[in-house]
Design a protein. Structure first.
Length: 256
């Protein structure tokens, strides 16, 4: 009984936290809808570059990074969270280097490899343009320096974002809902008007914890791992205005 009482109290606290946040959001018109986009694995097909960058840095310290280990420690999480996990697992190998140094080295490797126009998912630009009448924001576990070149490239193609929430903007990364709560504030809409587009289990968890509808793309994860989403579709090409409206109409987790 005591355990159940604790869970109930935590649920009440979380819901009160979200209600207070939503009460401070300047409201747009009730018929408008907004979209909060994850970045890596949704807009940018660059997860392989992040994995390669992590691998190159960790190899210097004698750590072998497998695809499975990368998925467990890094997918959908901030660089800091990933390296903190590696530090716990490989304490001896990483004893002489700080998390900050590891992050800086990883970002340098990533920046060396990335070309904005070459990492966008097929169909991403077309979908972003087709829905660009709706307020947009990016909510990502990546750093601002990693996202800015692509955001600037998309702006040149007529795709604009009301906000870009990055790893530097939150105290806790996904699956904590903080990033998506800040994304709501950036686009000035309430939960019932907003859908999240995600690709990772931690991202889906963050969206649902924020009280938001979520459409998951099978770009980087299986349907089974994304089962908590409101809807799962194969790729970003499948995202349409009608699909978003249908999902928002069915979402029961949004707080009024």
């Amino acid at each position: 009984m005591e355990y159940k009482r604790v869970l109930f109290c935590l649920s009440v606290i979380q819901k009160d936290r979200k209600r207070k946040h939503f009460s401070n959001i300047p409201r747009r018109g009730g018929s408008m809808l907004g979209i909060l986009w994850d970045y890596n694995g949704v807009i940018a097909q660059d997860e392989h570059l992040h994995e390669a960058a992590f691998r190159e840095v960790l190899t210097r310290y004698g750590v072998v990074l497998t695809d499975q280990l990368y998925g467990q420690c890094c997918l959908g999480r901030t660089d800091a969270a990933g390296f903190e996990e590696f530090e716990l697992r490989f304490m001896e190998q990483l004893a002489t280097v700080s998390i900050e140094e590891l992050i800086a080295k990883k970002q340098a490797v990533y920046q060396r490899c990335v070309v904005p126009k070459e990492i966008l998912y097929p169909g991403a630009v077309e979908v972003l343009r087709s829905l660009n009448g709706s307020p947009y924001a990016i909510v990502t576990s990546s750093t601002r320096s990693e996202v800015t070149p692509v955001v600037a490239y998309l702006a040149g193609l007529g795709v604009h974002f009301s906000g870009v929430i990055t790893a530097e903007d939150v105290a806790k990364g996904k699956p904590d809902p903080e990033g998506y709560l800040k994304g709501l504030h950036a686009i000035k809409l309430l939960p019932a008007q907003v859908v999240v587009i995600e690709d990772s289990p931690s991202g889906v968890e963050a969206a649902k914890a924020a009280g938001l509808a979520c459409i998951a793309l099978c770009h980087t994860s299986t349907e089974e791992r994304l089962r908590e989403a409101d809807l799962i579709v194969p790729t970003i090409r499948d995202i349409t205005l009608e699909l978003i409206r249908n999902v928002l109409g069915k979402n029961k987790s949004a707080i009024p």
